[in-house]
Design a protein around this ligand. Structure first.
Ligand SMILES: C[S@@+](CC[C@H](N)C(=O)[O-])C[C@H]1O[C@@H](n2cnc3c(N)ncnc32)[C@H](O)[C@@H]1O
Length: 252
């Protein structure tokens, strides 16, 4: 499938390049940039779909929360982070059997699957608002052909505001799941958990839309940034991942 997409896109590019000679060069160059972007998007998505078919999982849809009557201000629709996001941001050597991973807003479970299959976590948790999305995550875990290194996977159906983050969680994943007050409340609770039970906690934030709030707490130190292409997070948070450590309370 990806070979077909690549050859179609290459032909279209060639035709468009020829049109640059005949028509307004600026307009054609703009169109070509758009086509290049679509081509990259198609290539990336076809690779992700082939991966899903191979491993017997379904996580690629984009689903609005209106479909389930759950849309509210602050809540973000379902769209998965790229497969390999964890591989690019979290070295395997940093994870041991005492580590606990949590994806807040876990959707169809793509990052739960990546965490449980790639790393020796002691426990992997997903927390998801929608029952329908969480059911699909459960089916993915039950039916996948990925080998799960971590056997203790818990998929919790809950509004994150009704969920208590366990005091042994050590890696928190967020793919821009909620914003505003909800985001602030959850991050304050995470800080409170670290203060109750001091421990190293890594936060991996894909599309870090609410980074300003994290930094305003004075408790999140950015360790690294992974961006796609040449964009910077300052241009747009979308397409970037930031990794933070939660620092100790002043005077602790
Ligand atoms: C952008 S998707 C991320 C999905 C998943 N983390 C991934 O990267 O594959 C955001 C998810 O957060 C969920 N969500 C939004 N608000 C929530 C809330 N208050 N509590 C729990 N989950 C929520 C949505 O239903 C959606 O599945």
């Amino acid at each position: 499938m990806s070979v077909l997409i690549e050859s179609v896109a290459a032909t279209e590019l060639a035709v468009l390049m020829e049109s640059c000679v005949d028509t307004g060069a600026a307009a054609a160059a703009g169109a070509m940039e758009g086509l290049r972007r679509s081509y990259r998007w198609l290539r990336r998505n076809s690779v992700q779909l082939l991966f899903e078919r191979r491993y017997g999982v379904r996580t690629s849809d984009v689903v609005g929360l209106e479909e389930f009557g759950l849309a509210r201000q602050d809540r973000v629709y379902y769209s998965a982070a790229n497969w390999q996001t964890l591989r690019r941001t979290l070295p395997r050597r940093d994870v041991g059997e005492h580590d606990v991973f949590i994806d807040l807003g876990s959707g169809m479970g793509r990052m739960v699957l990546e965490a449980a299959s790639r790393y020796p976590f002691g426990k992997v948790i997903g927390v998801e608002l929608s029952e329908q999305l969480n059911d699909i995550a459960r089916q993915n875990i039950a039916n996948t052909r990925l080998r799960l290194r971590c056997k203790d996977v818990d998929l919790v159906r809950s509004d994150v505001l009704d969920y208590d983050i366990p005091d042994d969680v050590s890696v928190v994943f967020l793919n821009n799941p909620f914003r505003g007050e909800t985001f602030a409340t959850v991050m304050e609770r995470l800080i409170a958990s670290v203060d109750r039970n001091p421990r190293p906690v890594t936060v991996i934030y894909f599309n870090p839309v609410e980074e300003a709030f994290l930094l305003s707490t004075g408790r999140f130190r950015c360790l690294r940034t992974v961006t796609r292409g040449r964009r910077s997070v300052e241009d747009s948070p979308f397409g970037s991942v930031r990794v933070y450590a939660i620092t100790e309370r002043a005077g602790a």
